[in-house]
Design a protein around this ligand. Structure first.
Ligand code: PLP
Length: 409
């Protein structure tokens, strides 16, 4: 099953009992190192394998440390929805992260790792009553809201729960996905929602927002922090107990934009929350901690030649992990696992997923060298909203895609 060289190097819940392959990398050739590992997993022949992921735990450690360096005073509560792979959750728990859970299943997955309920924010402003009851049973006592109906449900089923008022993120954050169309109190709803909680006898512990996924206009964080401060002041004016949590949400992408966003956030926190030093600031990063840590290998299972055009079928598609193409605007840039040579001829190629839906297309008119059935394509940076949004259509179960654990150093 696993290459001889494998040996466990990181012990974390979710990783325990699973083999971890250690390999060397340097900054320049991480992709090559991952490719080498993929080759060793496939082994000679490789026809029995189907699409699988490699999770590079060292990348998770690097990303987590990068967050702690840039935003030392902001504890990340990883947004489980982004990728609930237990080894990722376990590694993050070991590193000291908290968690943003949006459903009972997500809470169960995190608690199963031994994480204390106090490290979980139930960050879904609209929850089924049965799940609110479950949160009460297991002691998850902090949840978001943005409607009066939610106040009534929490009061009835979990009166000991504290609330975080989710406010709408700023307009035009130039985000990939705008979450403000669905969630977040508008400015004129803030006071009525604070009053509703007050009447219900529920404590509003703080404020949250989400500027939108992969927000490129980083000043949006400053605007949201200003708005959040306004809510803190509104609550104080209503005579409510001092709020103690500011949740700056997610929307981060690893790289230069993250550093820029962190700079904006630090300045804004100093300016607008500097006089409230007891406020705990948390974040809910999803993509930032998952995207670049996962690589997927998919096997070519079919081929058709049409003149100069090549068509291939692979064993994952838009109903599987590559659902990220539709759900997350992932731009696939598959690379053949086989090494290429200078001057190798390429062909305009279409790559289909395995289901019978003609929309199950991965790339069209994409230049690839000639491949044969049994070759492999590699998809980099596929850890965000990929496996977690796939389905089981046509009997191709996304949950059947194995994840192999790697630790590169
Ligand atoms: N928090 C909430 C409430 C969300 O809805 C999401 C994503 O949908 C996240 C955090 C994670 O966002 P991201 O992956 O952009 O960091």
């Amino acid at each position: 099953e696993w290459p001889e060289t494998a040996g466990a190097v990181l012990v974390a819940p979710g990783v325990k009992g699973r083999k971890v392959a250690a390999f060397k990398r340097d900054e320049v050739n991480r992709k090559d190192a991952v490719s080498g590992l993929i080759r060793s997993i496939i082994g000679p022949g490789g026809d029995a394998r189907r699409a699988f992921f490699v999770l590079d735990l060292a990348e998770v450690v690097d990303l987590y440390n990068g967050w702690r360096r840039a935003l030392a005073d902001v504890r990340p509560h990883y947004a489980v929805k982004c990728n609930p792979e237990p080894a990722l959750l376990g590694a993050l728990a070991t590193l000291g992260a908290g968690f943003d859970c949006a459903s009972r299943r997500e809470i169960e997955a995190v608690l199963a790792l031994g994480v204390k309920p106090g490290l979980i924010v139930y960050a879904n402003p609209c929850k089924p009553e049965s799940d609110i009851r479950y949160a009460a049973e297991v002691g998850v006592n902090l949840t978001t809201y943005d409607s009066e109906e939610e106040v009534a449900k929490v009061q009835r089923w979990h009166p000991g729960c504290e609330l975080i008022l989710r406010i709408k993120g700023p307009e035009n954050a130039e985000a990939k996905i705008d979450l403000g169309t669905k969630y977040g109190a508008h400015a004129d709803e803030v006071v009525p929602l604070l009053r509703a909680a007050q009447r219900a006898g529920l404590n509003v512990a703080g404020v949250s927002f989400h500027v939108g996924d992969s927000a490129t206009r980083t000043d949006a964080y400053r605007e949201a922090i200003v708005a959040a401060r306004g809510v803190f002041d509104a609550a104080a004016a209503l005579g409510m107990p001092r709020m103690r949590v500011l949740d700056i949400g997610g929307g981060f992408k690893a790289g230069a934009k993250f550093d820029e966003a962190a700079g904006v956030i630090k300045n804004a926190l100093a300016r607008y929350f500097g006089e409230l030093p007891s406020v705990e600031v948390i974040g809910e990063p999803g993509r930032y901690l998952a995207e670049t840590a996962f690589t997927m290998a998919a096997r070519v299972i079919g081929k058709r030649k049409r003149g100069e055009v090549r068509e291939y079928w692979i064993d994952d598609g838009v109903y599987g992990a590559l659902s990220c193409i539709l759900m997350d605007h992932y731009v696939p840039r598959p690379r053949p696992l086989a090494s290429s040579y200078p001057g190798e001829q390429t062909y305009a190629s279409t790559v289909f997923g395995p289901t019978c839906d003609s929309r199950d297309e991965v790339v069209v008119g994409y230049q690839l060298p000639e491949m044969i059935v049994g070759d492999w394509l590699v998809f980099d940076d596929i850890g965000a909203y990929a496996a977690s949004t796939g389905a089981n259509f046509n009997g191709f179960f996304t949950s059947d895609i194995n994840t192999y654990l790697a630790y590169s150093s």
